[in-house]
Design a protein around this ligand. Structure first.
Ligand SMILES: [Zn+2]
Length: 308
């Protein structure tokens, strides 16, 4: 039995698990994301030691999906928007001190895309784009059956294509990025602005806005359709630029389904070349929040073939 370990580091949890060659998740475990690098490394080590023991050393490689701009040549994260302790830290070198099998690091959204491509909603697509819409917008691009990484590993940051030149400031340093206009906090902001009474909505989440929209409240519906409009602009750019076979949409905000998707598709159809959008299948992701674990593990499986 040949197995692979996958680690998916998010802002809230470390999701980690063990996957077989077919991508079936045999075991997984979540730990809270630590607020410092030494505790993070300890959590990675504890998880690895546990997996290694439980699976009798059948794990032959591991993958790590880390949030931020990962340099595949220098093997470090330059900038992690929510976990700044990773910035320029020699993460590959340090992990190599406790993991005794080949391991491979990449951007978390790239590896989630790899998971959806290998066994999820993007299976068998020659070209595919994953967008995960949550507190941010992560994305990954598969072209010709390969993860498109760019020269240094920074490709696929579609959350930072500009859809609103005068929009909100973004953590990337830009303004009006797809991420700032469609993320969960922006949907709450849209709603608060439309209601015009700030103090009552301090603890509101996008899920609350979703519930209100489902109940038919017009400001809540509008909050989603504004975000949907900007998502549509982003989709049109992606479609005109890449002509992908599939665009897969995942992440917590996609739970809103048609509230977001319908206005997005309406706008995308107005903006993209008709023939290009007609041959692009746009659908929901299928691996949920396990895409990162599975993708990281299968990324290790893919790369170990080249090493051995
Ligand atoms: Zn940005």
């Amino acid at each position: 039995m040949v197995l692979f370990a996958g680690f998916d580091l998010g802002g809230t949890d470390i999701k980690a698990g063990v996957v077989n060659e077919r991508g079936e998740l045999l075991f997984y475990k979540y730990l809270p994301t630590p607020d410092n690098i030494s505790d993070l490394l300890k959590s990675f080590k504890d998880l690895w030691d546990y997996f290694n023991k439980e699976f009798s050393k059948n794990i032959i490689a591991a993958g790590f999906g880390l949030p931020g701009i990962y340099n595949i040549e220098k093997k470090l994260i330059h900038q992690s928007p929510h976990l700044s302790y990773l910035d320029d830290y020699p993460i590959h070198e340090t992990i190599s001190e406790f993991i005794n099998v080949p391991f491979f690091i990449n951007n978390d959204a790239n590896l989630a895309a790899w998971g959806e491509y290998k066994i999820g909603a993007g299976k068998n697509a020659e070209s595919m784009v994953l967008l995960t819409i949550g507190t941010g917008v992560g994305s990954g691009i598969i072209m010709g059956g390969k993860l498109w990484q760019g020269k240094c590993g920074f490709a696929g940051e579609l959350g930072h294509i500009i859809v609103n030149p005068e929009g909100e400031e973004c953590e990337c340093g830009g303004r009006g990025c797809l991420e700032t206009e469609v993320c969960s906090t922006k949907i709450v902001d849209n709603y608060i602005k439309l209601k015009g009474r700030k103090e009552e909505f301090k603890k509101l989440t996008s899920k609350d806005v979703f519930e209100r929209a489902k109940a038919g409240e017009k400001e809540a519906l509008r909050a989603f359709s504004i975000a949907g409009y900007f998502l549509g602009l982003g989709l049109a750019s992606i479609i005109n630029f890449l002509n992908p076979e599939k665009i897969i949409l995942g992440g917590g905000v996609m739970e809103a389904g048609d509230l977001l998707l319908k206005p997005a598709l309406e706008e995308a159809k107005k903006r993209a070349y008709k023939k290009a959008i007609e041959c692009c299948e746009i659908r929901k992701a299928s691996l949920g929040n396990k895409a990162g674990i599975i993708g990281s593990a299968l990324w290790a499986a893919e790369n170990i073939k080249r090493v051995t």
